[in-house]
Design a protein around this ligand. Structure first.
Ligand code: MN
Ligand code: MN
Length: 461
């Protein structure tokens, strides 16, 4: 039912568009390896596309009118883009949402130590990872070190060709007889994810000379001392760029497709928008989804609601009921990656309700686990509207569940936005090897995702 290979429908022009969008996406992936970097990159793209900072509009006491384009950044980790529509905001916005945090390994607050001639950073992983996948990989270090005097040092080491990289070691096969018989979850334990960062002692130093040398390099290069790790956010991610995958270059292998492969086209649909829309349009790129949408930058915080209130104020003048009506009457595609059907692991999927690579954007009426627990479960009426919009715009789309019932599951931000009463459905692009250091997506699905977002912004009512 309804599944067609999207590639078969492309003429030469469409194939060119697929490739052009893929290039823009790969550039976003390479420049945005963390939520902070994604936000910084999004600001650049937004300003180039004529979006202004909402906080600046507020500070100047200006008003906004239909057609105006603004963005707002929250704590450097979330970004929201808006294009003001002709209709009053209280009739509801058309919202695209996705997350820009990805599974990774974070550096602990007291991380640096030396053991037998090697210096290490101790870590605590972020999000759901198979820990054994992260050893023996070239890794890079991205983030900020905040000093007591208020200066913020930005760090990105391991991406340039002449940068060093970092690595977590694995036990040699020759001595792994016991290790190989352990369950995969126990092969590499959380506290064994220790990042090798140095191996050369500082001359004329009696103890911990390798650690002392690393500290000297950090002091010389960044002006930071050991205690500054306490107020740092350093994220360890796979080093290197996203690449075309396959003889036919039909796919992209890269870090962080979850969920930047939805976040980028959601944002691009607004960046590329021409003219004045009927409804106010919005894209929200959020943080902390991978650990439950918690904290002041997670979707469960009120930054989005507060921003809509601020926007309402500069468009219509403040009206508490108007803000609540805006949220309640909105339509949203909450996008997060779908589990792509993997023939190597066919047993965990129910094929006719699985997301197939190359068959377009996925809609998930519900996600969750153990009897839909934690899911949003979109209304059938809304699902029908979305089907109709997609078919009218010739978008390749499919429906899917996250694997067989009772095999596992997962959550998204959809249920959080649905709390306002807005119509929300989970949608997203199929990924293979989700949460692995390198994940796989189809360029056709990325393109259909973009087409889907444009059609939704135009057509949702
Ligand atoms: Mn996700
Ligand atoms: Mn995820």
């Amino acid at each position: 039912m309804y599944k067609k290979n999207a590639w078969e429908g492309y003429n030469k022009t469409a194939l060119k568009q697929v490739e052009a969008l893929s290039k823009r996406y790969v550039s976003f992936l390479n420049n945005g390896k963390t939520e902070r970097e994604c936000v910084a990159e999004a600001v650049k793209l937004a300003e180039a596309a004529g979006f202004r900072d909402l906080d600046e509009v507020i500070a100047k006491g200006e008003k906004l009118k239909a057609g105006d384009r603004v963005y707002r950044v929250w704590m450097k980790k979330d970004i929201m883009l808006f294009i003001i529509g002709k209709e009053p905001m209280s009739k509801g916005m058309n919202i695209l949402g996705a997350h820009i945090d990805s599974p990774r390994i974070d550096v602990k607050q007291n991380p640096l130590y030396e053991d037998e001639g090697l210096a290490y950073l101790d870590t605590h992983y972020y999000g759901g990872i198979k820990k054994y996948q992260w050893v023996t990989q070239p890794l890079s270090l991205h983030g900020v070190i905040c000093k007591k005097d208020g200066t913020v040092v930005t760090v990105a080491i391991g991406e340039k060709d002449d940068d060093p990289v970092f690595c977590i070691s694995d036990l040699l096969i020759h001595l792994s007889a016991d290790l190989m018989s352990k369950p995969a979850k126990d092969v590499i334990e959380g506290d064994a994810l220790n990042l090798i960062v140095g191996g050369m002692p500082l001359k004329d130093t009696e103890s911990n000379a390798v650690k002392a040398n690393v500290l000297k390099i950090l002091a010389d290069t960044y002006g930071v001392e050991e205690e500054d790790f306490i107020s740092a956010e350093l994220e360890i991610v796979p080093a290197g760029k996203a690449r075309d995958l396959g003889f036919d270059r039909s796919m992209i292998l890269g870090y962080g497709h979850d969920d930047r492969v939805c976040a980028f086209p959601s944002m691009a649909a607004l960046l590329d928008w021409k003219g004045v829309p009927e409804a106010t349009l919005c894209a929200v790129l959020t943080d902390k989804e991978e650990i439950g949408s918690v904290g002041a930058t997670g979707m469960a915080a009120t930054y989005f609601e507060n921003t809509v209130a601020e926007l309402y104020n500069v468009v219509h003048g403040y009206d508490a009921l108007g803000v609540m009506r805006t949220l309640q009457n909105s339509r949203m595609l909450s996008s997060d990656v779908s589990a792509g059907y993997d023939p190597n692991f066919a047993g965990v999927f129910e094929k006719k309700n699985a997301a197939i690579l190359g068959q377009g954007i996925c809609f998930n009426k519900f996600t969750g686990s153990r009897g839909k627990s934690g899911s949003n479960d979109a209304n059938a009426e809304y699902m029908a509207q979305v089907r109709s919009i997609m078919d009218d715009a010739s978008v390749a789309w499919q429906t899917a569940e996250l694997g067989k019932v009772d095999v596992g599951g997962g959550g998204t931000i959809a249920y959080i936005c649905a709390k306002y009463g807005m119509s929300v459905i989970d949608s997203g692009i199929a990924v293979l090897s989700m949460h692995a250091p390198y994940e796989i997506i189809s360029k056709a699905d990325l393109y259909e995702g973009y087409k889907c977002y444009v059609a939704f912004l135009k057509g949702a009512k």
